[in-house]
Design a binder for this molecule. Structure first.
Ligand code: ATP
Ligand code: ATP
Ligand code: MG
Ligand code: MG
Ligand code: MG
Ligand code: MG
Length: 270
């Protein structure tokens, strides 16, 4: 009979490996666009920063935070986004594959779903893919240092790219010449090239490019007007009702240093 057949085959389930994330650790999932160097080229992203592409990434991350459980912070730059699940989260019994695959598939489908809102006049030429990884951080300091690392990466790449593309677009150098010009230069020298050759003060470049994007939940008080009928009165009356609602806010600020965490003490609290 069918029931016996099912139990006969069911032993194969034991081939599945257990992948529970260690308790009380912060779970970070990072996704990164697959071969986005090519994707950016094929879809004519503006260099060094295509603002539409960055906003689309932020829109996708917002969808991931809204759809999935217990993400307390997300940080994005370039073609990557990191999602922090609260250390107390017991979502899907903390199975790593659930955390990772839900994030990466929700993100990838959002990228295609929201594409035309950000690129109304650019057809998407092929379905993009994203990789994903899970990393556990056992202390709050480890987690903060992870985020510091990603923001420092954003800064270093953006300073390089801003200088590189200034040399190409405004300085008339070929990409190879620009690469040679920048080889071995320190941050101070890149700042100097930008300032003296192109009159660009790097610190005045948009924060979105220099700092990346942080998404966090914030409680907002929502006031709306409602018409109600009181039992003792004949007519309907308009009253104001207010309620607290959780909303995602997008920030472009330093997360390196204490100020961000002092200003938002509840992000990592229980
Ligand atoms: P991999 O598959 O290994 O991740 P990759 O080509 O995606 O390869 P990354 O190191 O992830 O390499 O770099 C992403 C690349 O995507 C950048 O170097 C840049 O060329 C491009 N890119 C991503 N976002 C933007 C953007 N907003 N504007 C312009 N270019 C972008
Ligand atoms: P979970 O997130 O746990 O996977 P789920 O709702 O996706 O929850 P599944 O056990 O994966 O639960 O079952 C998928 C459900 O999707 C089915 O029970 C059925 O209702 C629906 N479904 C999937 N494919 C089809 C289909 N081709 N036609 C009709 N219904 C479908
Ligand atoms: Mg890479
Ligand atoms: Mg990539
Ligand atoms: Mg990348
Ligand atoms: Mg299902």
């Amino acid at each position: 009979c069918r029931k016996m057949a099912k139990s006969k085959f069911e032993y194969v389930r034991n081939f599945e490996v257990q992948d529970t994330c260690l308790g009380n650790c912060w779970v970070v999932v990072r996704v990164d666009g697959r071969n986005f160097h090519r994707f950016a080229e094929q879809h004519n992203f503006t260099k060094p920063n295509d603002v539409r592409a960055l906003q689309l990434m932020n829109r996708c991350a917002q969808n991931v935070m809204e759809e999935l459980d217990a993400i307390c912070l997300a940080f994005g730059q370039s073609d990557e986004y990191s999602f922090v699940f609260h250390k107390k989260s017991n979502w899907y019994k903390r199975r790593a594959s659930k955390f990772m695959t839900h994030v990466v598939s929700q993100f990838a489908s959002s990228y295609v779903f929201y594409w035309k809102e950000y690129f109304p006049d650019v057809p998407i030429l092929y379905p993009p893919g994203f990789d994903g990884r899970v990393v556990l951080y056992p202390s709050e300091q480890n987690l903060k240092d992870y985020l510091n690392w990603r923001q420092a990466d954003c800064h270093i790449n953006n300073l390089y790219n801003t200088t590189f593309w200034s040399l190409v677009h405004k300085g008339g150098l070929t990409p190879v010449q620009a690469q040679i010009r920048l080889k071995g230069t320190l941050a101070a020298e890149k700042n100097e090239i930008l300032f003296s050759d192109f009159n660009i003060n790097y610190n005045n470049e948009p924060l979105l490019y220099r700092k990346g994007s942080v998404l966090i939940w914030q409680k907002v008080n929502e006031v709306s007007k409602k018409r109600i009928k009181l039992p003792n009165e004949a007519d309907e009356k308009e009253v104001e009702v207010s309620r607290w609602r959780n909303e995602i806010v997008e920030l472009h600020c330093d997360i390196i240093g204490d100020q961000f965490w002092e200003e938002h003490p509840s992000i990592l609290s229980d």
